[in-house]
Design a protein around this ligand. Structure first.
Ligand code: AMP
Ligand code: GLY
Length: 420
């Protein structure tokens, strides 16, 4: 099969790396990819939002299967367009990806399906937001309804903070994504994630993985896309996985199917483990990044076959095998991230890190430059190591990190602390 992966981050590098090992694979392309993905796939300078361009490229190269990594093209309907053109694609169609693309849609679906989640109100004007905020009182969570690259959520400890957040979002801080708001009660507990492949009906759980969203050590500081991840995640016990599947994920998948928005793809549920049991915080319609970078090295089964089975509605009798080893990924980011940062600084000795047994360096934001690799994004590398335990994987990952020569980068030194 000729396969095209859409995206350019660490997630897409990990997907390409795993797909490259498939006996079913013919050619592998990535649009647009990055300097690390070039080692696994032919990178093509295509914008994932240029649907005409993607379709034309698929025809030109006789692409049999497209794997869409990021949420933006999924929510915008890339899978719908590809399938309409007769090109098989992995990922939810727009009507189902709305579960990530619109928080109010997700909350309404939870209400219809009886799924536990924080109480909420929808607001489209400052007057509406103010009424909810004064009626409910702080603490509150104020969220932009649409996709805001992880930046549209404010945990407000006071009513004034909540009002400021509402004013900023409604005033255009997140563009169209903030034209409507979801205001939620603040839940207390530990966060955990649940990942599954879904084929419209069957929910096939993946191994557990957990990221660290905060930029600073001890899970402090501003929220990021994820500064590291580990798998397995001991917080997700087998009993909790079962509860999440039966009380949250399966009811949502069934409700989507009943509403004519059948869900196919990766289902990533962000959970809060509250005193009253797990509650749904958010749904992502794709693999987590960096979580994908710790799941792929542990997957023993053929990834391509599994993704095709999900797309074809054939997961009912499907089984996935995993390595017993743990995996841990440390993200190297540009100094300043998640705020402003400089691009273009040189990165050396990635090969010295990869020379360590069980270490793979996934690229998230790099480009080829004269004489080597240069930083080209906020999150730049995902240094991933396998080990018998999360502690062993952690030790090896940091040994690898210390071999990389990149003065303008930084990382957290405590990835996996909850699990070691
Ligand atoms: P979201 O993108 O909706 O998952 O929100 C981003 C982050 O905000 C989550 O990972 C949580 O840490 C936090 N968060 C979101 N909603 C709530 C809530 N209702 N109560 C407490 N924390 C929340
Ligand atoms: N690591 C969080 C995310 O991918 O959304």
């Amino acid at each position: 099969m000729n396969v095209l992966v859409v995206g350019s981050g660490g997630r897409e590098h990990a997907l390409c790396w795993r797909l490259a090992a498939s006996p079913l694979l013919g050619g592998l392309w990535c649009a647009p990819g990055n300097a690390g993905i070039e080692n696994e796939a032919r990178c093509v300078a295509l914008d994932p939002m240029d649907f005409d361009g993607v379709v034309a490229f698929c025809r030109e190269e006789s692409i049999d299967f497209v794997v869409v990594g990021p949420e933006t093209p999924l929510v915008a309907g890339l899978v719908d367009r590809l399938e309409a053109e007769g090109i098989a694609a992995f990922g939810p169609r727009a009507a189902a990806a709305r579960i990530e693309g619109s928080k109010s849609f997700m909350k309404g679906l939870c209400a219809r399906a009886g799924v536990p989640t924080a109480a909420y109100r929808h607001a489209v004007s400052l007057a509406e937001a103010e009424a909810v905020i004064t009626a409910w009182g702080a603490p509150l969570v104020v969220k932009a309804d649409g996709l805001a690259a992880g930046k549209g959520v404010v945990l407000a400890r006071t009513e004034a903070e909540a009002l400021d957040a509402a004013r900023a979002a409604l005033g255009g801080a997140f563009g169209e994504a903030g034209a409507a708001l979801v205001i939620e009660e603040m839940l207390e507990g530990e966060e955990a994630s649940y990942f599954a492949l879904v084929d419209g009906e069957t929910v096939l759980p993946l191994e557990t993985a957990q990221d660290h969203k905060a930029a600073g050590e001890g899970d402090t500081g501003p929220n990021t896309g994820g500064m590291g991840a580990y798998s397995p995640a001991p917080a997700m016990t087998p009993a909790l996985c079962e509860e999440a599947q039966e009380r949250i994920v399966e009811p949502l998948v069934q409700a989507l199917a009943a509403e004519g928005a059948s869900y196919t793809g990766v289902f990533y549920a962000g959970l809060m483990l509250t005193a009253d049991g797990p509650k749904l915080l958010e749904v992502n319609a794709r693999f987590g990044d960096p979580e994908c970078q710790v799941l792929m090295p542990r997957l023993r089964s053929d990834l391509l076959a599994a993704l095709v089975a999900a797309r074809d509605g054939e997961l009912a009798d499907y089984d996935l095998r995993w390595h017993a080893d743990a995996a841990l990924c440390v993200v190297l980011a540009s100094r300043g991230y998640p705020g402003a940062y400089a691009k273009g600084s040189p990165i050396r000795d990635i090969d010295a890190a990869e020379a360590l047994d069980g270490v793979t360096v996934f690229h998230a934001g790099t480009r080829r430059a004269e004489g080597g690799i240069a930083a080209a994004g906020g999150r730049v590398l995902g240094v991933t190591a396998l080990g018998e335990t999360v502690s062993a994987a952690q030790a090896r990952a940091y040994e690898a990190v210390d071999r990389i020569d990149w003065a303008e980068g930084f990382c957290r030194r405590d990835i996996g602390w909850r699990a070691v």
